[in-house]
Design a protein around this ligand. Sequence first.
Ligand code: ATP
Ligand code: MG
Length: 335
Amino acid sequence: RNFKRQFECRSDIERLNAPFLSIYESLIPTEEEKAKQKQLLTLLEKLVTKEWPEAQLYLYGSCANSFGVSKSDIDVCFAIENADLNKSDVLLKLADILQSDNLQNVQALTRARVPIVKLMDPVTGISCDICINNLLAVENTKLLRDYAQIDVRLQQLAFIVKHWAKSRGVNETYQGTLSSYAYVLMCIHFLQHCKPVILPCLQGMERTYAVTVDNVECAYFDQVEKLRDFGCRNRESIAQLVWAFFNYWAYCHDYTNDVISVRTGRIISKRSKDWTRRIRNDRHLICIEDPFETSHDLGRVVDKYSIKVLREEFKRAAEIMQYDSDPCVTLFEPY
Ligand code: ATP
Ligand code: MG
């Protein structure tokens, strides 16, 4: 049954398109919400440049990469060129400034893996995390946003997958499951591989954009408006893609040997990356190569317990997509 299931999807799958599309649409942030995010960014810029005139603020993460669902927090990167700057001092000072301007719940988390200041703006009701000089995140945000402009099915698939992951409790890096960023890379990789392909490999094309940040070269083809017809030979609809995505991660991915790599547009081997054994806490039980920081495995948070949870969830989702009478409800049932 397993073998057959890998290649044959339910005959009534097309009926699921409309309900999946309406879930997708209900998750898109409204213009009003976008405007409020801008308003908060403008306020933060005003406060920051008073103290650090040379600093710049960038939005990154889901509020800027096209994969943000409504009511998300915003992620802001504070960029300042100053080699001797002490991040903790800046964060503490920043927290002081923000607090005196009536922003709420201001906290400086100086010991976190990525040190940040957290806050809530009572005017817009939006929460925000500010990090310092995390410019690679700004670059990977642009890469994801560029991919999103090529084919709307990427955004549709990623919204459904993120919504599923949040509902099922498998979007918690501190519990050993995957970040939203990792799930979006999994979706991009999947669409680079379906037949006919829906997405190209931008880093494998002519470089129209190139910057070097933290000694990492970020270069790729970013004239994505020229690629709008790229995936048009593939007519698969969202329901089929959701089914095939879960089927791939439930039954087809080779967890023992393979690394998914959006950078190369291919599957590469764990051996070629020397990701075959556990080093410290990096176990490489599911391998997702970061497109720019290539030594970084986004699956490294996954441990021997959470890998079971994840794979069971992929199987559950694949089963539901195949046999359930109402997948659009069952898939997202709270765990
Ligand atoms: P959500 O809607 O869940 O907030 P998000 O895309 O904002 O989704 P976060 O986990 O908040 O996801 O991450 C914010 C951004 O930080 C990502 O878009 C990415 O640019 C960067 N990022 C997150 N985790 C990593 C990581 N492990 N390595 C590199 N960059 C990362
Ligand atoms: Mg975020």
